[in-house]
Design a protein around this ligand. Structure first.
Ligand code: COA
Length: 138
């Protein structure tokens, strides 16, 4: 991700998550040391994903795919790219949080071998829990 991608990435997050979207300041944290944010492009931007790899474990922070391009392998490409980076950085595990009601995201992460290790009550809203998912990297 480059600085010129930030407005598009933020707008897509607002389309997908409304009030719960990242704010622009948070998006600029993409450029902090240890962060890796990637954009999928093919004749235009199709999606983005971000990871914090500053700690001992890689932590996937977000993934957004343009609504018209969902279900066409973009999410798979983005997660593959982040996991490859995490492996190259020598991380032993990758973790993430996902809304327990988000079937497409759960299916995407399970496809990559993530499994649920815990649940955080009220993480997204009082009635929406997060599943904490984890995958060993080798
Ligand atoms: C979740 C999301 C990133 C997936 O990206 P995508 O480009 O649609 O995913 P892909 O096309 O690579 O599909 C990957 C897998 O996810 C699953 N999947 C995708 N869309 C699905 C759907 N609508 N319902 C159920 N499973 C779905 C399938 O298992 C698929 O694997 P397969 O095609 O090999 O069977 C995308 O739907 C999205 O941006 N959603 C809104 C934002 C969001 O919820 N982000 C996740 C935050 S944790």
């Amino acid at each position: 991700m480059e600085e010129e991608d930030i407005s598009w990435a933020h707008n897509l997050d607002v389309i997908l998550f409304s009030d719960a979207a990242w704010d622009k300041q948070e998006m600029l944290e993409a450029f902090l040391p240890g962060r890796r944010f990637v954009v999928a492009e093919k004749e235009g931007r199709l999606g983005w994903a971000g990871m914090d790899a500053s700690g001992t474990r890689a932590h996937i922070l977000s993934i957004d795919v343009e609504p018209n391009f969902q279900g066409r392998g973009v999410g798979t490409a983005l997660i593959s790219s982040l996991l490859s980076s995490a492996q190259r950085m020598g991380k032993a595990k990758c973790v993430l949080e996902v809304a327990c009601s988000n079937a497409p995201a759960l299916a995407l992460y399970k496809k990559f071998g993530f499994s649920a290790k815990g649940r955080i009550k009220g993480y997204y809203s009082p009635s929406l829990d997060a599943l904490v998912m984890e995958k060993d990297l080798d």
